[in-house]
Design a protein around this ligand. Structure first.
Ligand SMILES: [Zn+2]
Length: 169
């Protein structure tokens, strides 16, 4: 990462916090995310349109960084990497005791929530949690998913994280 001005650093930190706020767990290894150990990377087209944002914990990012960079080169897109280890380096040096994030309230089946969906912020009725098994994987741990009904379309939707349920309506 290039040397950043203080303003840029603040902006990138804010962006990274924003991304981490929406992904409680690393999508790859399911460890709890922490801004100081998370990396987000945004891919832009050559006309500066955001194509996609990824976020991973630092170890997972390190394992895919080369592939992502290659993919960006192949598709001619521009990557902007926000590395929490760099952005929050001063904070880490102060070594404040780590606060444990409070466990989110369990979702109540039948309740309508404001939900962050790929189509935007929608109203959805929570149905239940399901655990999806991972095929070809010998670990017993599955992936938790949240089923809900999109009230605008009447369709079933499946949310990846508890964090997507923003508020009770
Ligand atoms: Zn990870």
């Amino acid at each position: 990462m290039e040397v950043l001005t203080e303003m840029q650093t603040m902006m990138y930190r804010k962006m990274l916090r924003h991304h981490v706020g929406h992904e409680i767990f690393c999508p790859t290894c399911k460890r709890i995310m922490d801004c100081t150990r998370a990396v987000s990377f945004d891919a832009y087209t050559n006309t500066d349109k955001l194509i996609k944002t990824w976020i991973r914990c630092a170890p997972c990012y390190d394992s895919i960084a080369a592939n992502v960079a290659q993919c960006a080169r192949d598709t001619g897109s521009r990557l902007v990497v926000s590395d929490g280890r760099v952005l929050f380096a001063q904070h880490a040096a102060v070594a404040t005791p780590r606060k444990r994030s409070p466990k989110p309230e369990p979702l109540v089946p039948g309740t309508v929530y404001e939900v962050k969906h790929t189509s935007g912020i929608i109203r959805a009725r929570f149905v239940c949690e399901v655990t999806r098994g991972r095929i070809g994987c010998n670990t017993a741990r599955g992936t938790k998913r949240y089923l809900a009904i999109n009230l605008a379309t009447g369709r079933d939707i499946e949310l990846k994280s508890r964090a997507r349920f923003l508020a009770v309506l």
